[in-house]
Design a protein around this ligand. Structure first.
Ligand SMILES: [Zn+2]
Length: 65
């Protein structure tokens, strides 16, 4: 449960994949809400940070810092 470190431009895997069949989302905005964009179809969603933390599985690609 701990150790969920994520940052802007990281690509993450969610517990539930997008209906388009892709399960890779890029974090495009960080704040009280997190905006993520599906790497498959480009669809983006905004979700509250605490919800995002619960639904996210892991970071697949760590962005360069
Ligand atoms: Zn998609």
């Amino acid at each position: 449960m701990e150790g969920k470190v994520f940052g802007l431009n990281d690509v993450v895997e969610m517990k539930k994949q997008h209906p388009c069949g892709t399960n890779a989302w890029k974090i495009i905005r960080m704040g009280a809400d997190i905006r993520i964009k599906c790497e498959g179809c480009g669809h983006s969603v905004m979700i509250p940070r605490n919800e995002f933390t619960k639904k996210m599985k892991k970071v697949i690609v760590k962005a360069e810092s």
